[in-house]
Design a protein around this ligand. Structure first.
Ligand SMILES: Cc1cc2nc3c(=O)[nH]c(=O)nc-3n(C[C@H](O)[C@H](O)[C@H](O)COP(=O)(O)O)c2cc1C
Length: 238
């Protein structure tokens, strides 16, 4: 199996340790590709909207974005990590997610995403871990991913891994190992179940695209939906 990891920080801190614990259960069976932010997607989206209007390959940052996209599309399991920074995902993670705005369902979602599984790992000192996970989950669910698991932790102690009380480290480790075992047990030859809420979003957008296509048959997103057969009887889920 293939796993693609998007690390919301380059720091080898607590987030890194938690991610390593999760991945430990896969080292012998998975091909793991990791991206570290901001290094692997260093530039802000400047809002030129070229990706939305014409072609995502023409983005000024396509060399970074397309590399990440390829790894995401090839992966069976997506892993996203971030510490809480002022109650949200790191700026670096937000920058990367902005670059994938064109993959949101109202635009040009990748069909592959509808059958994928994802795990989000976040942690904070006291509060904000859940809202941090939500920042990432918002994008994943609008990309079409239905099966999204969240592991979020509150350190409530030191912020240096080795100085976090042993008991606390054990609790986090156990939780991550349990999640890893669950994800390891999945038969990845079968796509994840696409949830009703995801299908409802899809049908709402389908209606919108049909209307937009009547106004302008050359509209980029409409042409994409039409070419996929999604305005007819084809669906991105099995
Ligand atoms: C800019 C910044 C903002 C932060 N905001 C929060 C916050 O809103 N809530 C919180 O509990 N901790 C906050 N923290 C603390 C980190 O989430 C915490 O120390 C975390 O363990 C750091 O993870 P790392 O070791 O992987 O870098 C913040 C830290 C930084 C640097």
């Amino acid at each position: 199996m293939k796993i693609t990891v998007i690390n919301g920080t380059e720091k080898h801190g607590v987030t890194y340790q938690l991610k390593e614990i999760f991945l430990e259960g896969f080292r012998d069976k998975a091909e793991i590709t990791e991206f570290y932010l901001p290094k692997d997607c260093p530039n802000f989206c400047v809002g030129c909207t070229t990706c939305f209007r014409t072609d995502d390959h023409k983005c000024k940052d396509a060399e970074y974005v397309q590399k990440i996209e390829k790894a995401l599309l090839e992966a069976d399991l997506l892993v996203f990590t971030s510490p809480a920074y002022v109650f949200h995902a790191t700026g670096a993670m937000k920058v990367m997610l902005d670059h994938f705005g064109y993959r949101w369902m109202p635009h040009r979602p990748a069909g592959e995403m509808f059958g994928k599984r994802a795990v989000i790992i976040t942690q904070c000192l006291g509060a904000g871990g859940k809202s941090t996970a939500k920042d990432i989950k918002d994008s994943l669910s609008w990309w079409g991913v239905s099966e999204i698991h969240v592991c979020t932790f509150r350190l409530m102690s030191d912020i240096i891994w080795n100085r976090i009380p042993e008991k606390k480290r054990q609790v986090m480790t156990k939780s991550l190992k349990t999640m890893a075992a669950k994800m390891r047990g999945i038969d990845y030859t079968k796509p994840a179940h696409t949830k009703l809420v995801t299908k409802m979003k899809f049908y709402a957008v389908r209606m919108m695209q049909t209307g937009l296509g009547k106004q302008n048959p050359e509209y980029t997103d409409f042409k994409y939906w039409k070419a996929k057969g999604w305005l007819d009887n084809t669906r991105p889920w099995k």
